[in-house]
Design a protein around this ligand. Structure first.
Ligand code: SGN
Ligand code: CA
Length: 569
């Protein structure tokens, strides 16, 4: 006989089952309803210009603390092997927007404008119902498509009292410091223009820490006094590699401007008989200085005048080594000073998102258009496929989806953003996009990520900094690099044994098998991504033609003609 107690329990179980099924059915109906706001995440893409991962404390805190940028890594994931496909500004931005390598989207260098017939992910998101906005630096030579709102800097933009090209107000000039202003514009849009019933995609793009590294007035006192550790390769003599490393014009001692970069007053250079670097050093100083209001100029002179005075005393007894060290310190003070304001402003944005409950369903990205040399190999600038400029910082948070405080060593690239964002929004990516969605990595499904090598191709030569054209395959263990313009040269770098990338082992018999394998894989990658020597040649002709007419910044007509003749042979 069944006891009444068991019967009662059975009834309760049935009731519970009924209730659970009912709840489940209700949940499914709610879930199936198109609810644009909760379904599709907002996307906030924060990008700075030339921000080296060595200058973000989530990666390395020997140079600077960036507590606010680090918050994104703490909330989400830090990528240790994120890289770009072509280490230069506008081409990187074009790759980000189109999800295609430079040779297919056509934006191979900073010189020629972006082809606006390209399809970009913001256009697709806008069509799919996203509200879109862009503030800050784009550097395309034309205006962005697919944005409901934009306020962008013309070209490289200015640090002080910058001009903006705006969607609705024409061209405007705003008094103040660029990093603060771009943030003010962004916050104002979030507060006053953002529509609560639409998901949004916001691009918040800093000019800092780009050359000429002008920090905010409030940071001058602190940063002009600081001393920073030197990288161990500051005095690299480039002997272990093929010729392009030694031929590049981005050595701190030889090519960094005393005035335009290191901010010595042009009169001091004259007084001490120091030659103008590249013929445009003091002009660059004067053009930045001319933008200051009287009070900004006074403040600047207060801190930099002190540096001038100390320098006058030191200069007569300085060796080349001393000069290199002095320039490196001046460079770091200014470069890192500009980052301090970026970090503070990223903090303002994150605080706003928190205070306004906008964190929950928002993907937040912090990255740079490429990395940068902070004295490694004696360099500033970027362009090479060596780590400091090939890699780029990447921190991504998606609260609720990405586990907090995680790291990924996957070989991800700026090529992957477009498909990642489209994937997150449930919008199909066009078949000719060449990246991969990062969502499996972000959501703890790393086993679905199978990429084991990436492709790189840099083109802007002959031009400023004179970094020769090269393409490469990069794996976790190796880099095989082909410099193909004028002379054919190959480099093989063992990333594990030689992390500082000082030694070309291409002709070392011990690497014969590795070399053979990498050559085959590089060719396969070129086929996969549809690159070829014919395409490269057309891009050589295009830039050289302009260079011989004296139209390329940073290279004289005569020098271009000489290179063109050498290339013909
Ligand atoms: C400017 C800088 C270069 C820099 C390029 C490209 N020179 O031309 O040092 O490499 O921008 O930078 S400057 O004298 O004008 O400061 S990029 O980030 O836009 O690619
Ligand atoms: Ca840049």
């Amino acid at each position: 006989m069944i006891s009444p107690r068991i019967i009662k329990n059975k009834q309760m179980v049935n009731r519970l089952l009924f209730l659970t099924l009912g709840l489940l059915a209700f949940a499914l109906t709610v879930w199936a309803q198109p609810n644009p706001k909760s379904d599709r995440p907002n996307i906030i893409f924060i990008m700075s210009d030339d921000h080296a991962y060595q200058a973000i404390s989530a990666y390395d805190n020997k140079l600077i603390e960036t507590p606010n940028i680090d918050r994104i890594a703490k909330m989400g994931m830090l990528f240790t092997q994120a890289s770009v496909t072509n280490s230069i500004c506008a081409p990187s931005r074009a790759t980000i927007l189109t999800g295609k390598h430079s040779h297919l989207n056509g934006k191979i260098d900073n010189h020629f404008p972006f082809d606006t017939t390209n399809v970009t992910f913001p256009q697709l998101l806008q069509k799919a119902g996203y509200q879109t906005a862009m503030f800050g630096k784009l550097h395309f030579g034309n205006n962005p498509k697919g944005f409901d709102q934009f306020k962008i800097l013309p070209g490289q933009g200015s640090y002080y009292n910058p001009d903006f090209i705006t969607k609705n107000e024409g061209n405007i000039r705003v008094e103040g410091y660029v990093t603060d202003i771009v943030t003010d514009m962004t916050l104002e849009w979030l507060q006053n223009e953002r529509k609560a019933d639409q998901p949004f995609m916001l691009m918040y793009l800093h000019k800092s820490p780009h050359r000429p590294w002008l920090m905010a007035e409030r940071h001058m006192e602190e940063f002009t006094k600081r001393t920073f550790p030197e990288p161990s390769t500051l005095f690299d003599d480039y002997s272990g590699r093929t010729s392009p490393a030694g031929e590049a014009e981005m050595n701190i001692l030889k090519h960094m401007g005393w005035s335009g970069d290191n901010k010595l007053h042009p009169a001091i250079m004259k007084q001490l008989g120091i030659a103008d670097v590249g013929g445009y050093d003091t002009i660059r100083y004067k053009s930045e200085f001319a933008r200051f209001t009287p009070s900004q100029a006074e403040n600047f002179r207060k801190y930099y005048g002190r540096i001038d005075e100390e320098f006058i005393k030191k200069y007569p007894s300085m060796s080349d080594e001393d000069k290199m060290r002095w320039k490196y310190q001046r460079y770091m003070q200014d470069y890192l000073g500009t980052i301090k304001a970026v970090d503070e402003n990223v903090g303002r944005l994150l605080d706003y998102l928190e205070a306004n409950k906008l964190m929950e369903n928002t993907i937040i990205v912090y990255t740079s258009d490429q990395g940068f040399y902070l004295g490694e190999h004696g360099w500033y600038d970027k362009r090479f496929v060596y780590d400091e400029s090939f890699k780029t910082p990447l921190l991504m948070a998606w609260p609720g989806k990405t586990k907090a405080g995680t790291r990924s060593d996957a070989l991800v690239q700026n090529l992957d953003f477009a498909q990642t964002f489209l994937d997150a929004a449930g919008v199909p990516a066009p078949a000719d996009m060449q990246g991969e969605s990062l969502i499996p990595l972000l959501t703890g499904n790393a086993e679905k990520w199978t990429r084991d090598a990436v492709y790189y191709h840099y083109y802007e030569y002959p031009a400023e900094h004179m970094v020769n054209r090269h393409y490469a395959i990069v794996t976790q263990e190796y880099k095989l690099i082909h410099y193909y313009f004028v002379e054919d040269q190959w480099e093989l770098i063992d990333r594990i044994k030689d992390p500082q990338e000082l030694k070309n082992v291409y002709n070392d018999p011990a690497y014969a098998a590795v070399k053979k394998d990498l050559h085959a894989r590089l060719e396969a990658l070129r086929v996969k991504y549809k690159d070829s020597s014919e395409i490269s040649q057309s891009y050589i002709d295009r830039l050289l033609d302009d260079a011989v007419q004296g139209k390329v910044w940073g290279i004289s007509k005569e020098r271009a003609v000489e290179l063109k003749n050498r290339a013909k042979k």
